[in-house]
Design a protein around this ligand. Structure first.
Ligand code: 26W
Length: 808
């Protein structure tokens, strides 16, 4: 495009935008609020996407290519405007025009609410996979729930977490289209009768309670290509809003009761990450989006397939993201048999061929199991089908391993009066995979070993990945520009090309530019902390960052105890030689997770102690940033020097924050857990700092005993001092962290915090030494960016295509 063409386009953009402002606000541009400016821009974006969207759908409706559907109870998509603009290739243009019109581009973008429709890793992974599928021109769609309230907003008041409802829809949401014509009726409760109709045994569902699932579709626009896939989120509504007879009889509350009961199903996201609580409403949610999603897939498939189900599993992949959508198996069976009239054998073949399952956690407390009575009551036909799936599976088992009662019992989908959802997912899928090499190994050898012996060929591994567009190009534009200027722009289509940066690994000029980018990102975060936390930090200090959900296994406690230890060292020796450090934490605790909330309190108490002690001469600062979400994450990762990935080995399935940090040049300080192991493989041992027990060692202690935390306590005066400080008033008058203290000593430190303390302190010391040699540090940092290509979610999607969905 030459410059006069560009000027024409800019003039057209400005005119359209000005007109749009009038349309959405009834005001002229000069009087339009930021919110209206954002809404006008959003409408323009939707207008430029929808025709491509329609074209993509027409193509898909021809039924030529295989379609993947991600069923997930969470999609943590984050703000979309920047992605849309950049994927359309118009971001610079919009930025320039905004500036010329005197508008604040960043402030306009900040008007968008951040849809928190997920808790953490699992939900964010789905968003990255949708982003990558579209970028790669692959037909893949999301199917989930349109929660009216997403994950709570976290405020920190007096050092404690306070939860506030997340009303993300309060100003409307411009990127969704409501499609009531595609609604699906969902049936709960009631009884099942079998009838003989024309010689066929037919199941009839009676006296059920029906509600309506209404889809809202969000376009997922590919990066600079023609593909626009869909994220379909279902909202629950009553069949009829108002019960007129009740109203007329004066029963006003009754008249609307049904409405609020129906709406309750998509009202709120359960705020638990890695912890199962078997609430009826959650089971309703799970069936809700499964039933609605499967129905639409079948309707669309048949319409483009001469009204026949032939070839269904050659054209449709139903991918279940952890066990929350595991009812896809029995639901597909139900539709195939009861509605499409197929027999069991044929339906089962289709179901297993269509379904694949990814597991995301090995924590036993997260594995879903539903009480038989609850399932039977709420979903009578589904329960019948699960019983039959199980009966046939146990028969097969008995043929293969005769009289092996223990095995039969431990693999039974229904056992001890519960329906075990992982077992259901495994039996009804053709593939099961973990999310990192170590995690997949643990699934095969421990968690699902029994199933592995029965179905060895069903087990795969696909290491997670993250979107390089969201977590590098869009959130770290200065680094993007530096990379473009150095190796050219083509790495945007193949992140492995970042390896070309290794050509600069000894180039002092490049070092300077690279360091300047990091510093600029740190200044941005420092400004944020000054504004929201009222803490002044030195942007030249080491930004040592741990951001993720607060959980015992993630061991924020290990980090916090070490900060306290460092504080003690500095108090003892104010001249201690060390690079100044800023320890930054962020993350939400599940509202009912007392212990995790105590950890937040502990961190904020340590921050209070450390930040207000002038004798430390600003060598140490501690900040807890409230309300960690995708938008905040985008500011944090680019500013990090150290990425804390310190879970008890064997517990973190993969981790994806670790990859986002690495892509932005942070050095991983980590245990040999999850994808940290693969980060080590990618960067080499000299570009990572690792420490601590291995997963095998942890496993050994857990199985055979032999670890006594009290022994470590007794032998190590540093640990004694730090643990006493938890309860002796050091951390604030009247503040005592007795529960944490007890977990470490009385209950033998289940997550090996004290066991790993020494190794962690040594590793932190090593970090200090490395950082004080800027040449070595910058080299390490560049190596991390250069070798992060393998952690692009484009690579993960390519792996799924090849191994799991067998596309191309
Ligand atoms: C039923 C309660 C519940 C809710 C969410 C149980 C389990 C979950 C998820 C499976 C937990 C989760 O988010 N797991 C994370 O998944 C990421 C993506 O694969 C991994 O990177 C993280 O290591 C894993 O903790």
């Amino acid at each position: 495009m030459n410059s006069s063409e560009r000027e024409n386009i800019k003039a057209a953009y400005k005119a359209t935008f000005t007109k749009k402002i009038e349309e959405v606000s009834g005001n002229c541009l000069a009087d339009a609020s930021l919110l209206k400016q954002y809404q006008a821009l959003a409408e323009m974006v939707m207008e430029s996407i929808t025709s491509q969207w329609a074209k993509t759908n027409t193509l898909y409706n021809k039924n030529e290519s295989k379609q993947v559907y991600f069923f997930s109870i969470e999609f943590l998509i984050g703000r979309l405007m920047k992605s849309y603009l950049s994927n359309l290739g118009v971001e610079e243009l919009v930025q320039e025009c905004s500036a010329e019109m005197g508008l604040d581009y960043e402030a306009i973008l900040a008007q968008e609410s951040d849809p928190g429709l997920g808790n953490g890793g699992l939900g964010r992974l789905m968003a990255c996979y949708l982003d990558s599928s579209s970028a790669m021109g692959m037909p893949a769609h999301g199917n989930g729930i349109r929660y009216k309230y997403g994950l709570f907003e976290q405020r920190i008041i007096n050092g404690e977490q306070i939860e506030v409802a997340d009303n993300w829809l309060k100003n409307g949401y411009p990127f969704e289209i409501r499609n009531p014509d595609k609604s699906v009726i969902i049936k709960y409760y009631g009884q099942i009768h079998s009838e003989n109709i024309n010689g066929n045994l037919t199941f009839v569902h009676e006296n059920y309670e029906a509600i309506m699932a209404v889809p809202y579709d969000i376009p997922i626009k590919g990066y600079r290509n023609e593909t626009v896939n869909s994220l379909r989120l279902w909202s629950a509504e009553p069949l009829e809003a108002f019960d007129l007879p009740s109203f007329n009889q004066g029963h006003f509350l009754n008249a609307v009761r049904h409405k609020s009961e129906a709406e309750a199903i998509s009202q709120i996201l359960y705020p638990n990450d890695n912890g199962f609580d078997g609430k009826l409403l959650r089971l309703k949610q799970e069936y809700f989006f499964v039933c609605a999603g499967i129905k639409r897939i079948i309707v669309d498939f048949k319409r483009s397939n001469n009204n026949s189900m032939d070839g269904f599993s050659d054209k449709i992949c139903i991918h279940i993201n952890d066990t929350h959508p595991a009812l896809c198996g029995p639901e597909l069976m139900r539709v195939l048999m009861d509605e499409e009239g197929l027999g069991w054998e044929e339906s089962w073949k289709i179901t297993v061929a269509a379904m694949s399952f990814t597991n995301h956690t090995v924590l036993p407390e997260a594995l879903e199991k539903w009480p038989v009575d609850m399932m039977k009551d709420l979903l009578p036909r589904i329960y019948m089908i699960i019983e039959e799936i199980n009966r046939r599976f146990l028969l097969d088992l008995d043929n293969e391993f005769p009289h092996d009662l223990d095995r039969n019992h431990s693999l039974s989908i229904i056992r001890d009066n519960y329906v075990h959802m992982a077992s259901l997912a495994i039996v009804s899928s053709h593939s099961i995979n973990g999310v990192a090499t170590l995690h997949s190994k643990i699934l095969r050898e421990e968690t699902f070993n029994g199933f592995y012996q029965v179905f060895p060929k069903r087990f795969y591994s696909v290491t997670n990945g993250v979107s390089p567009r969201r977590f590098l190009m869009n959130s770290n534009p200065e680094l993007k520009t530096l990379i473009n200027d150095s190796i050219g722009p083509d790495w945007d289509h193949n992140l492995f090309d970042l390896k070309k940066l290794l050509n600069y690994i000894n180039d002092p000029v490049f070092y300077q530019k690279f360091d300047a980018v990091k510093l600029s990102n740190k200044v941005r975060l420092a400004n944020y902390m000054a504004r929201y936390n009222n803490v002044t930090v030195d942007p030249n200090s080491i930004f040592d960052i741990q951001v993720k959900r607060i959980h015992e296994y993630k061991r924020q406690l290990l980090n916090a105890l070490h900060v306290l230890y460092l504080y003690n060292r500095l108090k003892e020796n104010p001249n201690l030689e060390m690079a100044p450090r800023t320890f930054i934490f962020a993350g939400k605790a599940a509202p009912g997770y007392y212990y995790a909330k105590e950890v937040i309190k502990l961190i904020t108490a340590i921050a209070e102690l450390v930040n207000n002690d002038p004798s430390l001469h600003d060598k140490l600062k501690v900040v807890f940033l409230a309300n960690f979400n995708v938008s905040l994450a985008e500011i944090i990762y680019p500013a990090a020097n150290i990425s804390e990935q310190i879970s008890t080995a064997g517990k973190e399935a993969s981790g994806t924050g670790n990859m986002k940090f690495m892509m932005n040049g942070a050095i991983t300080l980590g245990t040999m857990d999850g994808a940290n192991i693969e980060i080590l493989d990618a960067v080499g041992p000299s570009n990572i700092v690792s420490f601590g027990l291995s997963a095998d060692e942890v496993h050994h202690y857990q199985k055979y005993g032999g670890y006594r935390s009290i022994d470590i306590f007794e032998q190590d005066p540093r640990i004694q001092q730090v643990l006493h400080q938890l309860i002796d008033g050091t951390l604030g008058y009247g503040l005592s962290f007795q529960a944490i203290y007890d977990s470490l000593l009385l209950y033998n430190d289940g997550y090996f915090v004290l066991k790993d303390f020494n190794a962690y302190a040594d590793a932190q010391n090593q970090v200090d030494h490395l950082f004080r040699n800027p040449t070595i540090w910058t080299k390490m940092s560049i190596s991390n960016v250069a070798n992060s290509g393998i952690f692009s979610s484009d690579r993960s999607i390519a792996d799924y295509q090849r191994e799991i969905w067998k596309i191309i």
